[in-house]
Design a protein around this ligand. Structure first.
Ligand code: C2E
Ligand code: MG
Ligand code: MG
Length: 757
């Protein structure tokens, strides 16, 4: 298909998409930021919740241990000033109130009593170690057990209170051990131990006891910090967290740190000092994935919301993009499509031609500007619909016959424009094109042949303005006369000058008609036997306001091309009728006047009716008006024209064939068309008079015409010799400078017409 190349159009949807994408990216970034912010806020919330839980359990543990300490103190006090029985009773009560399994007493001599009963296992070393403990004033010592006690009871925490002598010396020590592990097994720590691991750790990192269940940090580890590091991913942040932990412990403050575990979870470690105890800390290690698990639902819902927003955004963006694309296509179609043929239009042609020439610099191109001769006739005779089919067929056949690098568009009406490759096949293709369009037309019952007139401009290397190239092709086309058999005209520089003249004529013709600048001149038709005027021919002159007179050869061809001749011919006919009526009314004897009628006028739809109207309006008698038409009027549509002539004759109008002898089918016309008069062309006559054989032919023609019952008028008679010769042929009516040149109407009247007596 010809000319399918895409013309680069402006893509306004790209702008929409760009803006949409930016909005989309901003939305996604905002969504991700929102999710991350929410995640971090919620993580902080969860962490602080856990830490609060840890702190309250720490306080509980502290108070529990302090309570145990009070119990031991009360036993120690009882032992200073009461009897053994009371002491025993106190021991019993204390054991019942606390979870302490046994209450020991050891004196300076190493005598050991367990729950008030003497035992053999004591030693002075045990006493000495216990004596050295750092006893606070108001409470028992609760802290790491000395080695002897540890050896004796497998336990790391000892609660001890001294039994004082009156001089504030120490006579013995009451003590007990605490199994932290069992405390953590109590229901009070259920929440904490379910969520992770509870530990009691010394300031040096020694793990004193811990809950079982989630063994995050092994109680056998050398130190809590090492255990923590071992559990972490070992990365910088986790190491930093362990350092923070150390710092908090050294400061004896409470706090929490987060480490990343080997499995990639974030684990929270809360710590707080057990204030009632010596250098001991309560530590909660929350289960590895606990924080993340708590955040997960929120995170999922946030991600889901953001995803839905993103999908909706993408959806609406796609819809907007599709709509924009559709709009673009429609706009492009409206901007580039010819509504009648559905082919491309002039806008498209301009861009296409430029792009094609640039892309194929070495290929010779040519511009064809063409139209259909007498398309108006097709339109009026066959209707708009079928005429449009002819136009569409032009575009379709062009696309079939020419390549992708060539394009043909309709500009308007029947005006076409094509850019073609100027090669040896071009003429053949143009012929094929004409034949194909005609075949289609016949298929659509259009009998009138479709003839094209092509103005051709071969594009030169340095041409760049496509409008100028189109204009040149148009100038060439305008040089083809409407009745000419020529179908092609090649642009030459001379045309520009001619075109200027044509432009000038065209721009002033309407005004000239309105201001009566077109004047009717009359030339006599002479009877050479009776030697008198028998008629006249109306010949138009354009008398410019400056007095200059233009002959019809200067403007008639232009008007025939642009259609203005219709108005002018009818104007002339009407002027002649009007003047004839004036003269008749003045009692002047008139002679028949012939008026030239152009081919276009005869084709106008109401022609016969209009002639009738004028004849009636001025009450013109039959035979007073003669209409002159040339034989080219009959080209291609003889039957229709003959019908029109018959109708005209019924109105009482005489019909004459002008310029007989100049065409090819003149003789045929004599028998086929019912003319009243045959006018032998002046030039033909002049040629014929020169040689004997030609004279003979002319004589025979005159005979035939007369035999057929028609009148003969010979034009262009310029000499007496010619008059004498004509007499011998039997042609008695002549027109020529010998008798009179065409003169203005008033002059004609005074010179040749006379008043009736
Ligand atoms: P035509 O109809 O054949 O008119 C005869 C032409 O021959 C006239 O030229 C006339 O002046 C010229 N002529 C007459 N006698 C002689 C002669 O002895 N020797 C020579 N050499 N020429 C002679 P004109 O007036 O210049 O008109 C030229 C043509 O223009 C006409 O040829 C006619 O075809 C056309 N024309 C003139 N007036 C009109 C008009 O009102 N309408 C139309 N459609 N055509 C017109
Ligand atoms: Mg004439
Ligand atoms: Mg003539």
């Amino acid at each position: 298909m010809a000319g399918k190349d895409k013309v680069k159009g402006n893509n306004s949807s790209a702008g929409i998409i760009k803006a949409g994408l930016i909005v989309l990216i901003v939305c996604i970034v905002l969504s991700v930021t929102m999710v991350l912010l929410q995640q971090s806020t919620y993580r902080k919330q969860v962490s602080s919740e856990f830490h609060q839980q840890h702190m309250s359990m720490g306080e509980y543990l502290n108070s529990l241990l302090v309570g145990y300490g009070q119990g031991i103190i009360s036993v120690a006090w009882t032992m200073t000033d009461t009897d053994a029985e009371t002491v025993l009773a106190r021991i019993e009560t204390t054991r019942e109130l606390t979870a302490l399994e046994h209450i020991y007493y050891i004196d300076r001599d190493g005598n050991l009593m367990i729950d008030g009963e003497p035992s053999d296992d004591g030693s002075t070393m045990m006493f000495e170690q216990l004596e050295e403990l750092n006893y606070p004033k108001s409470n028992a010592y609760i802290g790491l057990a000395p080695s002897s006690v540890r050896l004796y009871v497998d336990c790391r925490i000892v609660i001890a209170a001294p039994v004082r002598t009156p001089d504030y010396g120490i006579s013995g020590v009451v003590f007990s051990t605490i199994d932290v592990d069992s405390i953590f097994r109590s229901d009070a720590f259920a929440y904490q131990t379910q969520k992770g691991q509870c530990l009691v750790v010394s300031d040096t990192g020694e793990i004193i006891g811990g809950s079982s269940g989630h063994n995050i940090i092994s109680t056998n580890d050398e130190s809590f910090q090492l255990g923590l590091l071992g559990h972490s991913d070992g990365e910088g942040l986790s190491k930093r967290a362990v350092q923070d932990y150390n710092y908090g412990i050294a400061k004896k403050t409470a706090g929490f740190v987060n480490i990343t575990t080997k499995d990639g979870y974030r684990m929270q470690v809360s710590y707080s000092p057990l204030n009632g105890c010596d250098k001991m800390f309560f530590v909660s290690c929350f289960q590895d994935n606990l924080v993340d698990e708590r955040i997960k639902p929120l995170l999922i819902s946030s991600v889901m919301t953001c995803s839905i927003i993103t999908v909706l955004m993408i959806g609406s963006l796609t819809t907007v993009w599709a709509a924009a694309k559709r709009t673009n296509l429609t706009v492009e179609r409206l901007a580039y499509e010819d509504p009648v043929t559905k082919g491309k239009n002039l806008n498209y042609f301009r861009e296409f031609a430029i792009n094609t020439m640039i892309a194929n610099r070495e290929t010779p191109f040519v511009i064809y500007r063409f139209d259909i001769a007498n398309f108006r006739y097709i339109n009026e005779s066959y209707g708009h619909h079928r005429a449009d089919l002819v136009l569409t067929s032009c575009i379709q056949n062009f696309e079939k016959l020419f390549s992708d690098r060539e394009l043909c568009v309709r500009m308007d009406a029947d005006q076409f424009l094509a850019i073609l490759i100027n090669d040896s096949l071009l003429d053949k293709k143009i012929d094929e094109f004409t034949n194909a369009v005609n075949a289609d037309a016949r298929g659509n019952q259009i009998k009138y042949p479709v003839r094209f007139k092509y103005g051709i401009y071969p594009i030169k290397k340095h041409d760049h303005d496509i409008d100028v190239m189109i204009d040149h092709a148009n100038v060439a086309k305008k040089t083809i006369k409407s009745d000419s058999k020529e179908t092609k005209a090649l642009y030459t520089e001379r045309f520009v000058d001619d075109m200027r003249k044509v432009d000038h004529i065209e721009s002033s013709m309407q005004k000239a008609l309105a201001e009566n600048e077109f004047k009717v001149y009359l030339q006599t038709k002479w009877d050479i036997i009776d030697n008198k005027v028998t008629g006249a021919e109306a010949l138009v002159r354009w008398v410019r306001p400056n007095g200059s007179v233009l002959g019809p050869e200067q403007f008639v061809p232009v008007f025939e091309n642009n259609g203005f001749i219709e108005q002018l011919d009818f104007y002339t006919l009407e002027s002649v009728c009007m003047r004839m009526r004036e003269m008749m009314d003045e009692g002047i004897e008139v002679v028949p006047v012939s008026v030239n009628q152009s081919r276009l006028l005869l084709h106008s739809p109401d022609y016969v009716e209009n002639v009738e109207k004028v004849l009636k309006q001025y009450n013109i008698p039959a035979g007073a008006i003669e209409l002159e038409i040339t034989e080219s009027v009959f080209d291609n549509e003889k039957e229709d024209m003959i019908a029109i002539i018959r109708r005209l004759k019924l109105l009482g109008v005489r019909l004459s064939m002008d310029d007989f002898g100049t065409g090819y089918s003149s003789l045929n016309m004599l028998t086929e068309v019912p003319f009243d008069v045959i006018k032998i062309d002046g030039e033909y006559f002049a040629r014929s008079a020169e040689s004997e054989p030609e004279r003979m032919v002319l004589g025979k023609i005159v005979d035939i015409i007369k035999d057929l019952g028609m009148e003969v008028v010979c034009e262009g008679v310029e000499s007496e010799a010619q008059v004498e010769y004509l007499k011998t042929t039997g042609c008695r009516k002549v027109q020529g400078y010998y008798f009179s040149i065409p003169v203005p109407e008033p002059e004609f009247i005074t010179r040749y017409l006379k008043k009736n007596e």
